[in-house]
Design a protein around this ligand. Sequence first.
Ligand code: AVJ
Length: 319
Amino acid sequence: MSTAPELTDLHPSTDDIAGDVLRGLASSPKRLPSKYFYDRRGSELFEAITRQPEYYLTRIELALLAERGGEIGAAVGPRAHVVEPGSGSGRKTRLLLEALEDPVAYTPIDISRSALTDSAGRLDREFGEVEVLPVLADFTRPVPLPAPSRPAASALVFFPGSTLGNFTRDESVRLLAAMRATMGEDGAALLGLDLEKDPAILEAAYNDAAGVTAEFTLNLLRRLNRDVGSDFDLAGFAHRARYVEEEGRIVTTLESLREQDVTVQGRRFHFAAGEPMQVEQSQKYTDARIAALAADAGLRVVDGWNDARDWFGLRLLRV
Ligand code: AVJ
């Protein structure tokens, strides 16, 4: 196909960054939403994280998609319409499409028009036989899927990267329920989930020796200074990521290195010396936790693939 893929615009409400930041700073303890990490520089820094020796997640997931593609393809079935909430870099999507038997269509869903056209264009050029049908929408709500010109046998929602782990449990259940509605009765969801393991391995993954993750975390403040006009002093905060064993998750904070005030749109917020501000959580999963989460969203785990060390898993969920 030579023309750009046709985009379906469901007119999602755009992010209220300023409102989200003001609410987060007004709450106690203070917090900032992790979805704002991913401006251009933040996305580049995340890509750099995935190349750090300590950050095993991406490498294992790519290997699972490459090495277990035959089994994954057989479990999903032929002529799937692949749906991807949040259009990523495309590496994983490419491996999935190669693993599937005669995939019919690919629908990235994103609220960013540029991210959407980028990933749609890339996939469209590479997979001539797969119809690319991007949808501009908020993927946390059910999305009516565009109909491919060749009917699909079922929809497959692809949510890799353990991105689900960045949401709270309630948000995760709502997100999975939205996916359930998007994929319909015959559909499935393929999730990539980071598994519980030795805390030292987890903490190393979020505190790489080269300091890329620290830079990624601090970039959030740089981004907010630019986009909401805050005056965070990047030298006044430090990246801290620790594993909270009782909750089975990495909690990342920016810790105020001294007593200081930050002004956001005319409102002043006080930080005590040592005060932590939560900026991200990365949930780690057990099979029991995944099963309970799926059940709460009206889904069940029907298949799964782990690496030999059980560090990372793919799970196939159905209604
Ligand atoms: C984007 C969800 C895969 O939580 O592991 C990586 C983001 N943060 N290092 C994760 C992240 C710090 C990442 N995901």
